[in-house]
Design a protein around this ligand. Structure first.
Ligand code: BG6
Ligand code: MG
Length: 213
């Protein structure tokens, strides 16, 4: 019996995953570091700090410099998202949120981003969410299960009755580690360990999800 859905944000509901990539790319260029789209796959779903450490490929930097680089990346990211609006919601997301809502399911956000509330507001979909767990909610982010466990406990539900919808390997790993059911959004090589894999949310109906989990 499924009672709730916990959605990742970046790359599931809206294409901000691309803006995270572009912001890291710009930082890498400032710093004369090589950073490709393929390198970016390892950063998908990962917190700002862990993303920076991956980008720096194990090289040691003083804490002050790490902080400055994280702020710089975030200012680039904020520049990129300043014009996002409800038209930037990915196809099928609103329809699925509406269907879940009208069938009485609880809905939570499970995003590692500290900008998640801001993005939800810009997209105009905050009211769909009973619970928002974000980059401020837990210390250990994905692939640790803590963020999704935080969302489930706020909903007062066991992970077994919650489905996590994720586009990142780190996110699916986090959900599996927490005992959640999983829908992976994207290619099999990225989210193939999910219970149910979809290319995106367009045309996805609740009955298909329930029969595939
Ligand atoms: C995740 C993104 O949702 O949030 C990552 O997939 C990002 O790419 C992480 O690094 C943290 O986001 P922010 O907005 O706090 O830097
Ligand atoms: Mg994501």
């Amino acid at each position: 019996m499924i009672r709730a859905f916990i959605f990742d944000l970046d790359g599931v509901i809206t294409d901000t995953a691309e803006y995270h990539f572009r912001a890291w790319k710009r930082l890498a260029e400032d710093e004369d570091l090589i950073f490709t789209r393929q390198d970016n796959e390892a950063l998908r779903g990962v917190s700002r700090r862990d993303s920076l450490l991956l980008l720096l490929k194990g090289n040691i930097y003083p804490e002050g410099q790490l902080q400055e680089m994280m702020e710089r990346k975030n200012s680039y990211y904020l520049e990129f998202i300043q014009d996002i609006n409800p038209n930037d919601i990915l196809p099928g997301a609103i329809e699925l949120l509406q269907e879940l809502r009208s069938n009485g399911y609880q809905i939570a956000l499970g995003s590692a981003s500290k900008n998640a509330r801001d993005v939800l507001q810009r997209l105009g979909i905050e009211e769909f969410f009973d619970q928002i767990s974000d980059g401020y909610s837990v210390e250990y982010q994905k692939p640790a299960p803590d963020l999704f466990l935080h969302a489930a406990s706020q909903l007062k539900l066991s992970p077994r009755v919650c489905v996590v919808v994720e586009d990142a390997t780190s996110g699916i790993e986090a959900a599996v580690a927490g005992g959640f059911r999983t829908i992976g959004i994207g290619p099999l090589e990225r989210v193939g360990i999910a219970d149910f894999v979809l290319p995106d949310l367009s045309g996805v109906r609740l009955k298909d999800i329930l029969s595939s989990l």
